[in-house]
Design a protein around this ligand. Structure first.
Ligand code: GLU
Length: 453
């Protein structure tokens, strides 16, 4: 069974890159008939906020990405403790006592010599007495995971293909702070094991974390720390998608920190965002596909490219408009102005880019409409129109055909004064659909008003 997870840290609102990762994980699971889990990475007690946890859930719900389960790291600390003990017993974690300033200095020295700033494992050279002395001074250690330099790291990445890392080029990661709190690296690996995650799909900024975590998975597995469900598996499959960038190369602040609110406020439909993000950065064409099953059918990691995916607001708006133009009445009914029926939606739908624009057009039916100025000649014409108006199945075509014969007008001269008198606008929804909605008495009143100005 395929199990994926989306693991945001609730230290802010989701940005569009997170949303894309969530969507792809959901798609990966759903396509395989598997499970998609939400994991709240809230080990950073200071920066994690409940309001962000709520906002993440709300955003996912709005997108229609429903998790099949939710875990949060702050409730799983015992498990990390257990894994920590296992790794300690296996000689894979060690205490280190350098201060942040000392580490920074070491980094600077290495960089100054043109060398990569890899931790020098100074703490491994400490004797028991050295350590005892540090602790007698009241210095609590932080803890590092000891990479096995003899074990080359390799995996077949679902997007990037064969990946290889020489562990000697990586620093032994700090996994636990001196106050006992956890950094991201170990809890994530422990949870992926315990939650039975089979596929980790995340941004390419995590590639070197994966290299380190693969050694954690392997070490934990060798020590018998495995999910009951899948003890044969050493580690999940990994795939790292190229990052999402804005049109100018950077994601704007708005896309960078406001969750789904900014999209919702702009009238973007969740289906538009989903349609765009599902295929952005893949070799598949981005199309206004509102049907998720269709998107799922074509979803395939092998179509993902390695170049950064470009997010363009204008493209999202285009897709949104196209999707709004195909939305059936029963789907939008509850969001339409009171009294607007299916015929009203049908009349107005081709003219709107967002559902909130519907109200503006619907006002042309319910009134009041703007008064427009007409020439004497047009007033006479509109008078004629009021006289000519009859009410049947198709009053607009009956009216315009009769007026054409009577007045010899055609084209714009025939249609525009009528539209202006009946709606107060120079353009708008198809009059053939609009006029029956305006109704006979109101239509007559509007024509009369216009020709008496
Ligand atoms: N909390 C991590 C992040 O937001 C999770 C990364 C992962 O998917 O493992 O970057």
């Amino acid at each position: 069974m395929t199990v994926t997870r989306f693991a945001p840290s609730p230290t802010g609102r989701l940005h569009v890159g997170n949303i894309r990762t969530a969507l792809h994980n959901w798609m990966l699971a759903k396509k395989a008939g598997g499970r998609f889990l939400l994991r709240i990475d809230d080990t950073d007690a200071e920066r994690s906020k409940e309001e962000y946890v709520e906002a993440i859930r709300t955003d996912l719900a709005w997108l229609g990405i429903e998790p099949d389960g939710e875990e949060r790291q702050s409730a799983r600390l015992e498990l990390y403790e257990k894994a920590f003990d296992v790794l300690k017993a296996a000689g894979r974690v060690y205490p280190a006592y350098e201060t942040a300033q000392e580490l920074e200095l070491k980094r600077k020295v290495l960089l100054g010599r043109g060398l990569p700033p890899i931790y020098d494992r100074g703490a491994l050279n400490l004797s028991d007495e050295d350590r005892a002395a540090k602790e007698a001074e009241g210095i609590q250690p932080h803890w590092r995971f000891k990479l096995d330099h003899d074990e080359p790291i390799a995996w077949e990445d679902g997007v990037r293909g064969a990946q290889k890392f020489d562990p000697a080029t990586l620093s032994d990661p700090v996994i636990r702070r001196a106050d006992g709190s956890w950094l991201y690296m170990l809890p994530s690996a422990v949870d992926d094991i315990d939650m039975g995650v089979t596929q980790v799909l995340r941004g390419e900024d995590h590639v070197s974390n994966t290299a380190v975590q693969i050694q954690m998975f392997t070490a934990l597995h060798a020590a018998g720390f495995a999910a009951a469900s899948d003890s044969a598996r050493e580690h999940p499959d990994f795939a790292h998608e190229a990052l999402l960038v804005g049109k100018e190369g950077k994601l704007s602040k708005r896309l960078g920190s406001l969750g789904c609110d900014s999209f919702r406020e702009k009238g973007i439909e969740p289906e538009a965002l989903v349609a765009l993000l599902a295929r952005l950065g893949t070799s598949l064409p981005v199309e206004p596909i509102a049907d998720r099953d269709m998107l799922l059918d074509t979803f395939d990691l092998s179509t993902f490219g390695r170049a950064p995916a470009k997010f363009d607001d204008a493209e999202l708006e285009r897709i949104n408009t196209a999707i709004v133009h195909t939305m059936p009445f029963d789907e939008v009914q509850h969001r339409l102005p009171a009294g607007m029926d299916e015929a009203g939606w049908h009349a107005v739908q081709p003219n709107v880019a967002t559902i909130s624009e519907v109200a503006d057009w619907w006002r042309l039916v319910t009134g009041p409409i703007d008064r427009m100025e007409f020439s004497a000649e047009d007033r006479a014409y509109l008078h004629e129109a009021a006289e000519t108006l009859t009410w049947g199945d198709d009053p607009w075509h009956a009216l315009t055909n009769a007026l054409k014969d009577k007045t010899g007008r055609k084209g714009k001269a025939l249609f525009l004064p009528l539209r202006q008198a009946l709606t107060g606008m120079n353009h708008g929804p198809d009059m053939g659909e609009l006029l029956p909605l305006i109704g006979e008495a109101e239509a007559r009143a509007r024509l009369n008003r216009a020709c008496h100005d």
